[in-house]
Design a protein around this ligand. Structure first.
Ligand code: SF4
Ligand code: SF4
Length: 379
């Protein structure tokens, strides 16, 4: 059995490696508004989809080539391996205001956190999950881009105080912020718990929190004038810059990683990540880790009946009842799941991980939240 560790401390070299371009990419377009058609030629950075929400960032081609397949789930682009790219936008010389906000959104940034002022801005600089070292890597290696990003954010939200939550013992800093040290142990990296660690309160109306990865993307967009088209991932202890849509199969081949029959490939972290249904699935915005879980490392997850042991309740840092919420979600009684504080769950995954009978509690919770969002009953 795999021994799981909860430490969020980095133990890799602070270097970002590039991944060779794949022959085709599969960009997930589910629940997005498509802007590209089958047969269309696209340059790197061309907008291919928009988020339907008011503040969601647009999605762009991460390579130049031709759209060869479009379905409900994916847009496939066959790469021509040319350097065709869109013209950069002069973001840095734009003054703060709605135009800057709209431009950032068109370049792929989710601008919801930038849409109103706040008294306190917290930058979450903790590595998100055990085995994923992207946050500390960016603080160590990309400080100049982070400073550009932070200045843009400050110009839009006008915080009185700006705090950087970082792991205890780290020497990483960010100009224009005051460091607050947090014990680097999962789930302390989750936004709700970072806010509590920094402010001492669970609900702070006048406080916003953004991840160091968000600040980096804003800085990169401002510095290059080009849209966000890739993500940084920790894989097997190394960090890689990976274009959106890169098929998992290509990543595994490039990194000489073997998947045996029965193994699970997980995109995201060991607690919050989700198994991919196909190795052709493409890497998405917000994916920062890839793990292979071998057969037998963990007991498999199954739709078993809850035995009321209470383990999930004991492990829940939100102090809610995951056993009750998951039962109501399983039988699509979403209104009852809401009554049991579904929306207070911040999806740490500890309940699923510790469930005695290995019920997919987190998946039921995400299912309930998704269904309520789709039906317009929740944000
Ligand atoms: S994922 Fe489970 S343990 Fe974590 S906050 Fe939600 S209900 Fe609680
Ligand atoms: S840990 Fe699993 S079996 Fe135990 S109460 Fe929670 S959901 Fe039920």
């Amino acid at each position: 059995m795999l021994k799981i560790h909860y430490s969020l401390e980095s133990d890799v070299q602070n270097v970002i490696h590039d991944i060779a371009a794949p022959s085709e990419i599969n960009i997930q377009v589910r629940n997005l508004v498509l802007k590209a058609k089958k047969g269309q030629s696209v340059a790197r950075g061309d907008m291919i989809a928009e988020h339907p929400s008011k503040f969601g960032g647009a999605y762009h081609a991460s390579v130049s080539g031709k759209a060869t397949k479009v379905n409900y789930h994916h847009l496939t682009i066959e790469c021509d391996h040319k350097e065709n790219s869109v013209e950069p936008v002069d973001v840095k010389s734009m003054g703060p205001g709605k135009d800057l906000q709209r431009t950032l959104q068109e370049l792929g940034i989710d601008v919801a956190p930038l849409s109103s002022r706040c008294g306190q801005l917290i930058i979450n600089g903790l590595n998100p999950e055990p085995g994923i070292f992207v946050a500390e890597l960016l603080l160590e290696c990309e400080n100049d881009i982070l400073e550009v990003g932070l200045n843009i954010v400050k110009s839009l939200v006008h915080p009185v105080h700006t705090k950087l939550a970082v792991a205890k013992k780290t020497s990483a800093t960010l100009s224009g912020t005051e460091s607050v040290f947090v014990k680097p142990k999962y789930p302390n990296s989750l936004n709700a718990l970072v806010i509590k660690a920094v402010t001492g309160k669970e609900f702070c109306d006048d406080t916003k929190i953004m991840s160091i990865m968000d600040i980096y993307n804003i800085g990169l967009v401002a510095k290059t004038g080009l849209p966000v088209t890739d993500t940084i991932m920790t894989i097997s202890g190394h960090n890689y810059r990976v274009p959106f849509g890169t098929p998992i199969r290509h990543l595994l081949n490039e990194l000489d990683m073997t998947v045996k029959s029965g193994d699970k490939v997980v995109l995201g972290g060991p607690f919050r990540g989700e198994a991919v249904y196909s190795l052709d699935e493409g890497v998405k915005k917000g994916d920062h880790g890839l793990f292979i879980i071998s057969t037998g490392q963990f007991p498999s997850v199954e739709d078993a009946t809850c035995i009321n042991c209470g383990e999930c309740v004991l492990s829940c840092p939100a102090r809610i009842l995951p056993n009750m919420i998951s039962r109501y979600a399983e039988y699509e009684r979403f209104e009852m799941a809401e009554k049991y504080d579904l929306h207070s769950c911040f999806e740490c995954g500890l309940c699923s991980f510790n469930c005695t009978v290995r019920r997919p509690i987190l998946q039921y919770i995400r299912f309930a939240k998704d269904q309520l969002r789709i039906s317009g009953k929740a944000e």
